[in-house]
Design a protein around this ligand. Structure first.
Ligand code: FEO
Length: 170
């Protein structure tokens, strides 16, 4: 039986992950409108991964006989103007998500909820990867994105990204 506070945080995280998917879809649409299909592809796949994260939290709760409560997903609130804006917002957002995962871990740790800690281990690693990817995107943009030929090549590189299912199975 999971603790009430941990359940509440895990359930909130379902919403946060769906919001992340929505945010990244918004970024994908921004790039699509600019004709940068590679950047759009990268964020569409990112959105798929976030949906997977939400489903993992749902599955974990259900595996522990908890009823999941779905709340309204907020409208993406980042106003992108420059091509680099989504990249900066994405890094800020991932740092925020990391803080949320850590807060759930803290709650589980406090009450010695080893099961939830083990489940969250995967997300702690995943957040490290997500932040690194977000940093890399900014670095690449700074290196190549300011000249049209470089931007074209970077966009082509990002077109190659393919979706892969999460390595965590429950
Ligand atoms: Fe669900 Fe981008 O972390």
């Amino acid at each position: 039986m999971l603790d009430k506070k941990v359940i509440e945080l895990l359930n909130d995280q379902v919403n946060k992950e769906f919001y992340s998917a929505y945010l990244y879809l918004d970024f994908a649409n921004f790039y699509k409108d600019k004709g940068l299909d590679g950047f759009a592809n990268w964020y569409q796949i990112q959105a798929q991964e976030e949906r997977d994260h939400a489903m993992l939290f749902i599955q974990y709760l259900q595996n522990n006989n908890v009823s999941v409560s779905l709340e309204a997903i907020a409208k993406p609130d980042k106003k992108c103007k420059e091509l680099k804006d989504p990249l900066i917002f994405a890094l800020q957002h991932e740092e925020y998500v990391t803080s949320l995962i850590h807060a759930i871990y803290d709650a589980a740790f406090t009450i010695k909820d080893y099961r939830s800690m083990q489940f969250l281990d995967w997300f702690i690693k995943e957040q490290c990867e997500e932040e690194t990817n977000a940093h890399d995107m900014i670095n690449k943009y700074d290196l190549f994105g300011n000249d049209s030929k470089g931007l074209y090549m970077l966009d082509n590189e990002l077109k190659q990204r393919v979706y892969s299912a999460p390595s965590l199975t429950l």
